[in-house]
Write a protein that binds this ligand. Structure first.
Ligand code: F6P
Length: 360
């Protein structure tokens, strides 16, 4: 078994509540083995620019309940996305060499990247092609990394959506209004569907199943016929209206640092279509509120379990994996298995549940 003297950590992509609890767990578990921990700042920018800070049990003391990430994050991508022979390939840029040099210079024996499929995808390529010893931790409010039942941060985002829907119910009811609530979720409807069910949404629209304006109108009219004079429609930012040929509504010309088209606007688009049918709506875009704030107890526990397990997998020499939750158990999943299946669509069990209560 290789001896571990120093572990590197970084947090990349969209943040969420629960990351700091995870950093704390990694540092505390590593400290018990006498392993030093170095935190790279702002995702992959840290190892590219050799921007890092030592993390000790003292320096992570008190961060358990804090949202966000004390290390900062970014969507820096050391690879370039290229379309070749009808498929996507990731070509290394000179940033990859800089990562390798800096990890070597800093004496990093194992790297624990925390993030979604973009961040973990970079980790996977560094492991497969350059032998960097990585153990990933899936963290995204979108809950769309395959190989784990839940990603860190998802549960806290659900709590925000549920509370928002509870609050909107009272005003929607008083004013006899239709509300369109746009939530995050680029490619999968985990937040919209589970948050919508938990918060009592009346119509839930997810990217996995294209919807028509007609079906939304029918849903609202059916409620009116039952004397329900308000409705709450929960729509994922990546939902696909058939009227747009199943395309997503994106911010014209805007691409993020990783290379993704920036979505947003489906809520207003839908409200405009409903207004054309004589239904006046109010739109609420929950946006980054879903990523902010403190972590739920579930996420704090998951963060602690994921952090401890990541160190233990590294100690056992299990690299090229990520930690995952299967039922109650924490397991090591090869990144080569998890990533090709990501983004993970919402579990059909929840689509069935939504159908069973008539909100899908
Ligand atoms: O964290 C994932 C995510 O929430 C996506 O659902 C969303 O498209 C994206 O982040 C937006 O993040 P940002 O505005 O930080 O680029």
């Amino acid at each position: 078994m290789p001896e571990l003297k120093r572990i590197g950590i970084l947090t990349g992509g969209g943040d969420s509540a629960g990351i700091n609890a995870c950093l704390r767990a990694i540092v505390r578990r590593a400290h018990k083995e006498g392993i030093e921990v170095l935190g790279f700042r702002d995702g992959w920018r840290g190892p590219i620019e050799d921007d890092a800070v030592p993390l000790t049990p003292d320096s992570v003391s008190g961060i358990l309940p804090q949202g966000g990430t004390i290390l900062g994050t970014s969507r820096t991508n050391p690879f370039r996305k290229v379309q070749k022979d009808g498929g996507t390939v990731w070509e290394p840029t000179e940033r990859v060499d800089r990562i390798l040099q800096n990890l070597n210079k800093r004496g990093i024996d194992a790297l624990i990247p925390i993030g979604g499929d973009d961040t973990l995808g970079v980790a996977w390529r560094l492991y497969e092609n350059y032998g960097v010893k990585v153990v990933g931790i899936p963290q995204t409010i979108d809950n769309d990394v395959a190989g784990t039942d839940y990603c860190l941060g998802f549960h806290s985002a659900l709590a925000v959506v549920t509370e928002a829907l509870d609050r909107l119910h009272t005003t929607a009811q008083s004013h006899h209004r239709v509300f369109v609530v746009e939530v995050m979720g680029r490619d999968s409807g985990w937040i919209a569907l589970l948050g919508g069910i938990a918060g009592g949404g009346d119509v839930i629209l997810v990217p996995e199943e294209p919807f028509s304006v007609d079906e939304v109108v029918k849903g609202i009219q059916a409620r009116l016929a039952r004397g329900r004079t308000f409705s709450i429609i929960v729509v994922a930012e990546g939902a696909r209206p058939v009227e747009l040929g199943g395309k997503q509504v994106a911010q014209a010309g805007k691409v993020d640092a990783f290379g993704h088209v920036q979505l947003g606007g489906i809520g207003y688009w839908l409200a405009d279509r409903l207004a054309e049918r004589g239904m006046e709506c109010r739109v609420v875009v929950l946006g980054h509120l879903q990523r902010g704030g403190i972590a739920t107890p579930f996420d704090r526990l998951l963060a602690t379990r994921f952090g401890v397990a990541a160190v233990e997998f590294a100690l056992a020499g299990r690299f090229g994996v990520m930690v995952g939750l299967h039922g109650h158990e924490i397991v090591a999943i090869p990144l080569r298995e998890a990533l090709p299946q990501s983004p993970k669509p919402v579990d059909p069990v929840f689509l069935e549940l939504a159908r069973a209560i008539g909100v899908r």
